[in-house]
Design a protein. Structure first.
Length: 542
């Protein structure tokens, strides 16, 4: 572990291990639990880590061993129906009661001193929010890493299923708790079958050969796109973020599939008056726990020591710390987002991107999106290793992709905050999606994605209508000589399901209709821009 990450804090204690403890769930089912502890006499706080992905690699060394070395009891537990725990796994419905049952068990342990923290990423963060719905009095700190609170938003965008992420979650939930070897084999199998699965007509049930069998909960999430559907009742734990007073550290990456959820958590916690901090690195969902782990671990440890041991010396003074893309620099901020100016950029018929507003809303240009040959996705906020910034040249060379590019910049341009597109659009079928992406074009002409988003368009045939596409948020510097590029297409497959073009459900469609999408001159890209060089600092390595 220390050979992999050479910048971890020095070890403080040797570690002991009690594997295979049985903790009663809310329904009495045994939850298999491992206990890591310092082999030192002392009064140590406890960290609770609940996981549906097993208790072995990577959780045992990264959470059990490393945090116990730093002076914590660490309880690593398999969620109901996973990793040998009893009963059946249900994607979100048992985590709140089982978390409370586990805390009740902790109270009976002779080594538990009444001080509790929670830590963990992704679904291991979701179970923290579940416990925080009714936080026990012992809970003194939380560390939410690349964290989930709204399962519907993980699986669905407006008008489209986040197909690639849904399949990745299906593999992880089904196989990772069965051991790393089986999980890796199942991941490779999904990669082999991905083209046939994602182009099947209909899409419903097509995942079975790729995942090695039926996954009932995956069928359910794929076929319930409406967040107001009773199926999703109780799934979102936003309520926990609106009323919490437990100090909470939030950690994410600019290309994390759950970035927007983390930013929503931060905003809600701030409004609730909860003590919170935010760290956003140059990471994807997975790389935050790989190359970003020294930074993530150090940040997490400092927060836990400050709030469980009253040792605040390791905390940074600023509430937020973000990595600035485009250059390897970090910035400390009082809040996120910082004060900025909203600037609008407009497309021209010649393919330029300018701040000169158009004089009318006349049709500007169009593309034909054919769902039988869908515009491919490339990088971005995925759960897989293909996530993150990528060279977009191959996609931008396609006939179904529009690009609008600014003149070379004569001074740096820093964006720090939300990015969005407001488009005036008309179609010939009345049914379309719009994928909008901001790219940084360097002096060699290489176009690299910064942030993006997808919107759904429903119109009355040729009638034009306006659509706003949220494109997440970013902290990025466009250097001198670089150019901004606005990339627009009718989709990004298989990251998102194809819009059939005829009103059919993307999951159940058995026929596809090409759609012509016309964009009008008053369409605009909105960036949150801040004055150059304010408060920038050199990057830390790691």
């Amino acid at each position: 572990m220390r050979a992999t990450w050479r910048q971890l804090p020095a070890k403080r204690h040797d570690v002991g291990w009690e594997p295979g403890l049985k903790v009663p769930a809310a329904d009495g089912s045994p939850l298999v639990t491992d206990h890591y502890f310092p082999r030192t006499e002392g009064n140590f706080a406890t960290l609770l880590v609940r996981s549906p992905y097993g208790r072995g690699l990577p959780w045992s060394p990264m959470y059990g061993l490393l945090f116990a070395e730093q002076g914590f009891h660490v309880v690593v537990q398999s969620c109901r129906g996973t990793g040998g725990s009893g009963s059946t796994f249900d994607l979100w419905r048992n985590e709140a009661p089982d978390g409370q049952a586990t805390v009740a068990w902790l109270r009976e342990q002779p080594w538990f001193n009444g001080t509790l923290g929670t830590v963990g990423p992704s679904y291991l963060a979701y179970v923290q929010w579940a416990l925080a719905l009714e936080p026990p009095p012992e809970l003194k700190a939380m560390v939410v890493q690349v964290g989930l609170h709204d399962p519907h938003a993980l699986f669905h965008a407006p008008g489209a299923l986040r197909l690639e992420n849904a399949l990745a979650v299906g593999v992880g939930m089904t196989y990772q708790h069965q051991g790393m070897a089986r999980f890796l084999r199942s991941t490779l199998r999904l990669q082999r079958h991905l083209p046939e699965v994602t182009t099947a007509q209909p899409l419903r049930g097509a995942y079975v050969p790729a995942l090695g069998g039926e996954v009932p909960w995956l069928d359910d999430v794929m076929t319930h796109p409406d967040p107001e559907d009773t199926y999703w009742r109780g799934a979102s734990l936003a309520k926990a973020t609106e009323q919490l007073d437990v100090p909470t550290s939030l950690i994410t990456g600019w290309h994390d599939a759950l970035l927007d959820q983390t930013l929503e958590q931060y905003d809600r916690l701030r409004q609730a008056g909860c003590e919170t901090s935010l760290l956003i690195g140059p990471w994807t969902h997975t790389s935050a726990l790989q190359r970003g782990w020294p930074e993530v671990f150090t940040e997490s440890l400092a927060w836990l020591r400050a709030h469980l041991y009253d040792e605040p010396s390791g905390l940074r003074p600023a509430r937020a710390r973000v990595h600035i893309g485009g250059e390897d620099i970090w910035q400390d901020l009082d809040h996120w987002p910082p004060p900025t100016t909203a600037t609008r950029w407009f497309p021209t018929e010649q393919g330029h991107l300018t701040q000169q507003a158009p004089t009318d809303s006349a049709p500007l240009t169009s593309l034909c999106y054919d769902p039988r040959d869908p515009t491919p996705s490339l990088g971005g906020p995925l759960l897989s290793r293909t996530a993150g910034p990528r060279d977009n040249d191959s996609v931008e060379a396609r006939q179904d992709v529009l690009t609008f590019t600014s003149a070379p910049l004569t001074e740096p341009l820093d964006i720090l905050g939300p990015v969005s597109a407001r488009l005036t659009v008309s179609t010939d079928t009345g049914h379309a999606n719009v994928f909008s992406r901001l790219c940084d074009v360097d002096t060699q002409g290489r176009s690299v994605n910064v942030c993006d988003g997808l919107g759904r368009l429903e119109t009355d045939g040729q009638a034009s209508s306006q659509i706003t596409v949220p494109m997440s948020s970013s902290a990025h510097r466009f250097a001198v000589g670089h150019r901004l590029r606005w990339q627009i297409s009718g989709g990004a497959h298989p990251r998102y399901t194809r819009n059939p073009g005829n009103g059919q459900s993307p999951v159940d469609a058995t026929s596809f209709t090409p759609v012509h999408i016309t964009f009008h001159a008053d369409s605009a890209l909105t960036l949150a821009v801040r004055a150059h060089s304010a408060g920038l600092s050199p990057a830390r390595t790691g």
